[in-house]
Design a protein around this ligand. Sequence first.
Ligand SMILES: [Zn+2]
Length: 80
Amino acid sequence: MAITITAIILVLYAVWAWRRKGGPSDARAKKPAKKACKWETTGHSKGRFVEFRCATCGVSAMPHTGKAPVDCKSTLSRPN
Ligand SMILES: [Zn+2]
């Protein structure tokens, strides 16, 4: 009986550890899509700030540099 309980605990632990790791399929799906971004100017501007919009994600940004953002802003949380 004790051996059965130990076996169940070991299996549960293995499943837990595998899920915590994310699993092999999850790791493949979480590829960063940096290069897929295509920033375009929307034509809107606020003073020196020019608004850009990512054609891939549909996220708009107004970088202080005046140039198109390097990283995609879709992963960032939206400001309220
Ligand atoms: Zn994007």
